[in-house]
Design a protein around this ligand. Structure first.
Ligand code: SAM
Length: 217
């Protein structure tokens, strides 16, 4: 995938921020306030830059997010779509510390993204993912964002399940590799599945790694 012009993407990401800032609960969120107060700069957007590009250019049909929070990463992806025919999204999150599915729905509605395409699975990924694996989700998804627990063992478990769930030619994204413990587990995962993917990483801002799954031989 060739990236689209960076200026265009940053402009679009800022527009999404501006639109969602019209909702008061977003304005109270530090993801938004940090930007509005200048605490973060454009570098912070690099993960959204990738996600937006995937939405605009690849338009994945079966989407899994482990760690959705209030849906900003999901909106970044889906706002790139020109239609939602056949699109199915599964969001896994505890929603214990911050936000809840109804806020994700509000953000989707505000961006004219149909909420019916989203299935919310509430709970810890270590409880939900094994259940999904036994119920028809293996080899299904063509986009998976792993951005849930930032505790290394849990995140590693999420990556292992994501590998099972991802179909050939699908994209696996792993956010926040500025945290060394997360970068270490990505490297461990990469060693284990070296031949199964083409590997990429971007260390700007929060840092994001991604990999495209190769066809099984
Ligand atoms: C960094 S935020 C996700 C941000 C989101 N992807 C975005 O960019 O807008 C991490 C999310 O993971 C969730 N989370 C933390 N531990 C989890 C676990 N063990 N299982 C599932 N979700 C978890 C948190 O509730 C939080 O919403």
């Amino acid at each position: 995938m060739e990236f689209l012009n960076k200026k265009f993407c940053v402009k679009r990401i800022k527009e999404i921020y501006e639109i969602l800032s019209l909702i008061s609960f977003n304005r109270e969120d530090y993801y938004f306030s940090s930007w509005n107060e200048g605490v973060i700069n454009e570098d912070w957007f690099h993960s959204y830059f990738l996600i937006l590009n995937l939405g605009l250019q690849v338009r994945p049909i079966n989407v899994l997010e482990i760690g959705t929070r209030n849906g900003l990463s999901l909106v970044m992806l889906l706002s790139g779509y020109c239609h939602f025919k056949g699109v199915k999204v599964v969001c896994v999150d505890t929603w214990e510390e911050f936000s809840c599915p109804s806020r994700v729905i509000d953000n989707l509605r505000f961006m004219s993204i149909p909420e019916e395409i989203v299935d919310f699975k509430i709970g810890k990924s270590r409880d939900i993912l094994p259940d999904m694996s036994m119920n028809g989700y293996n080899d299904l998804f063509d986009y998976i964002l792993v951005d849930g627990s930032h505790e290394a063992n849990e995140a590693y478990g999420d990556l292992l399940y994501a590998h099972k769930f991802l179909r050939s030619r699908g994209y696996l994204l792993f956010d926040d590799i500025e945290r060394l413990e997360l970068y270490d587990i990505w490297r461990k995962f990469r060693v284990m599945y070296k031949k199964n993917y083409t590997w990429f990483e971007n260390s700007y801002g929060k840092g994001i790694c991604w990999a495209k799954k190769l066809e099984a031989k």
